[in-house]
Each structure stands twice: as structure tokens, then as C-alpha cells.
Design a protein around this ligand. Structure first.
Ligand code: HXC
Length: 257
């Protein structure tokens, strides 16, 4: 049983993971990150799970890496930091990851948001990379993924001043897909997860992989990957079912085949 997570499966095919360390504003200590990586690994292996929603509480999604824990690590400690491997496993999750964000998403919390594929933010959410105030820089993708998400000027402003931005600003900038009332973020994220769960699983998997390619490769390579993935899906039973269902004017029933 995880100590810092609550894991539920309230909708068919969608797992809900709630970060549960409210006394430290869900600061991401090593144990929490290890639990999260293990949960995502297990969701990746489970064919009944189509998507995962991750959330925190009304005050904080996550206020960053655990500063108390960080204070105990010197250069060699940081070099051998087990959290790096946990972050890699989180970023490698192959199914759609949807973040439902209220309150603070700072430092590692904002970096966790950027590992998600879809982001629903409550109107009161705040996104920031305040590491510069501690004499450090983001260390879990906050310089690379933030710049790709919001562009250079805003990424520079956020990382160099440490000042957070609002949910609306984050949406305009491309960090957030939808803004909702704070009490509805999880419900909306679960709805989106459930909608994805009704699609063809192999198409969902390849769509995510192809979209992520756009962020880490050149256009020609990305287009080639897309074409290969598109061609691969031509061999699936779900493609035949999707097209047949359209022609027969009925909902498609996908099997993941
Ligand atoms: C450990 C934290 C914490 C954190 C908050 N707490 N953030 N503990 N690590 N990142 C703890 C506080 O110490 C306090 O514990 C309790 O949570 C409540 O926080 P308060 O500060 O009292 O709340 P508030 O006054 O409302 O201020 C909220 C806040 C502030 C603005 C979010 O907590 C804050 O600035 N936190 C740090 C944010 C930050 O710098 N994050 C980046 C971390 S570095 P006690 O026991 O005193 O009640 C990082 C690097 C990533 O993320 C690198 C990845 C490899």
C-alpha cells in the first residue's frame, strides 16, 4: 500500500491517483516519487487501464521537490540521486496521463504537470519554477519542457524570476489545456479519461507516441514516425471495426486488437 498516494478506479478504464502529503503541500520526496513511478508502471502493464488522472488537493497539486530532503544531499548525493530514475519512469508512461491541478504547482510540481499529456487547471492554480530563489535551477525537465510548452520569453521569465503564473496565463501560454472551477477539475479530467478509454487502445498509444515525437525530433523524422504509425494501425482489427461501425451508423466496440 502506498503511503503518500491514494489510488482509486472510479471510472471504467481510468485510474485516479491523488498525491497525499498535505502537511508538506505534497512536496515530492523520494518515497512519493518512487510510489508514483511504481503506480504508473502498474497502470502501464494493466490492459484494463486506458488512462490515469493525477491530482493533489485544493491548496496544492505539489509545491516542488522536498526541500528538507534536498538540503541533506551534497554534490555526490545529487549525482547519485535515486529520484532521477523515478522521474524517467514517470515520463516514460505510455498511456495518457491527465493532470487535474488546483493550488500550487511549483518546481518539481510544475515539472510533474509537464510530464502529463493533458492538463485541467482550477481557476486558482499557480504554476511556477521558483528554484532560482534557492540558488538552483529546475532539475526534472523544467528548463526543457517549459521552453517547448510556452516559448522562450515566458520560460525565461518564469525560471529567472521564480514568479508563478495564473491558470489563465498558463492556458494562454500552452501549459494548460482547459481551465475549470476548482471543484470540478478532477471530474472533468475523469470525463476526458473515460472518453479516451472508449477509443481504440493501440491508436491511443501510437497517437501519444507520435505527438511526443514532435517535441523531441525534427519535422522530417516526426513525419516519418507518424506515417509508420499510421500504416501500422492499418493492420489492426480495431481500425476495421471503427470504419465498419461508421458505415453501419453504430458506435464502435474496440478490443485493443
Ligand atoms: C518541503 C515544503 C515545501 C517543499 C512547502 N513545504 N513546500 N516542504 N518541500 N517544496 C512545507 C512547509 O515547510 C510547511 O511545513 C508546509 O509545507 C506548509 O507550507 P507554508 O510555507 O507554511 O505554506 P504557505 O505559507 O501557504 O506558502 C506556500 C508556498 C511555500 C508559497 C508554496 O510553501 C513555498 O514557497 N514552498 C516552496 C516552493 C518551492 O520553492 N518549490 C521548489 C522546490 S525545488 P511546516 O512544517 O513548516 O508547517 C524543486 C527542484 C526540482 O522543486 C528538482 C527536481 C529534480
Amino acid at each position: 500500500m502506498p503511503r503518500y498516494l491514494v489510488v482509486q478506479a472510479p471510472e471504467d478504464g481510468v485510474r485516479l491517483i491523488t498525491l497525499q502529503r498535505p502537511e508538506a503541500l505534497n512536496a515530492l520526496n523520494t518515497e512519493l516519487l518512487a510510489e508514483l513511478a511504481a503506480e504508473l508502471d502498474s497502470a502501464d502493464r494493466d490492459p484494463a487501464i486506458a488512462a490515469v488522472v493525477i491530482t493533489g488537493n485544493r491548496k496544492a497539486f505539489a509545491a516542488g521537490a522536498d526541500i528538507r530532503e534536498m538540503a541533506e544531499r551534497d554534490l555526490v548525493g545529487i549525482l547519485n540521486d535515486p529520484r532521477v530514475a523515478h522521474w524517467q519512469r514517470i515520463a516514460a508512461f505510455s498511456k495518457p496521463l491527465i493532470a487535474a491541478v488546483n493550488g500550487f504547482a511549483l518546481g518539481g510540481g510544475c515539472e510533474l504537470v509537464m510530464c502529463a499529456d493533458i492538463v485541467i487547471a482550477g481557476e486558482d492554480a499557480r504554476f511556477g519554477q521558483p528554484e532560482i530563489n534557492l540558488g538552483i535551477i529546475p532539475g526534472a525537465g523544467g528548463t526543457q519542457r517549459l521552453l517547448r510548452a510556452v516559448g522562450k520569453p515566458l520560460a525565461m521569465q518564469m525560471v529567472l524570476t521564480g514568479e508563478p503564473i495564473s491558470a489563465r496565463h498558463a492556458q494562454q501560454a500552452g501549459l494548460v489545456s482547459e481551465v475549470s472551477q476548482p471543484e470540478l477539475t478532477v471530474e472533468r479530467a475523469m470525463q476526458i479519461g473515460a472518453a479516451i478509454a472508449r477509443k481504440a487502445p493501440l491508436a491511443v498509444r501510437l497517437a501519444k507516441e507520435a505527438l511526443l515525437k514532435a517535441a523531441d525530433t525534427d519535422l522530417a523524422t516526426g513525419l516519418r514516425f507518424e506515417r509508420h504509425a499510421f500504416t501500422l494501425l492499418a493492420g489492426t482489427a480495431d481500425r476495421a471495426e471503427g470504419i465498419r461501425a461508421f458505415q453501419e451508423k453504430r458506435p464502435a466496440h474496440f478490443q485493443g486488437q
